[in-house]
Ligand binder design. Structure first.
Ligand code: ZN
Length: 63
């Protein structure tokens, strides 16, 4: 049996592509949600949350 046959896979929460377990994720595999550092950074970047303005304080609208 190939040594890589039992590696689990997940679907990236950002790009939606399946990715395979890597050795560096041995301890954190349950918490891994993104296929790469790039996806993780992009998904968590504050500049990616501009959709809703309801959370903003609107401080520039003062008299
Ligand atoms: Zn991804």
């Amino acid at each position: 049996m190939p040594h890589h046959a039992d590696r689990p896979t997940k679907i990236c929460a950002f790009c939606g592509r399946p990715f395979q377990w890597r050795r560096k994720w041995t301890r954190v595999w349950q918490e891994v949600r993104y296929c790469s550092e790039r996806c993780r950074r992009t998904a968590r970047s504050p500049s990616n949350r501009r959709r809703s303005a309801s959370a903003s304080s609107g401080s520039d609208n003062r008299p």
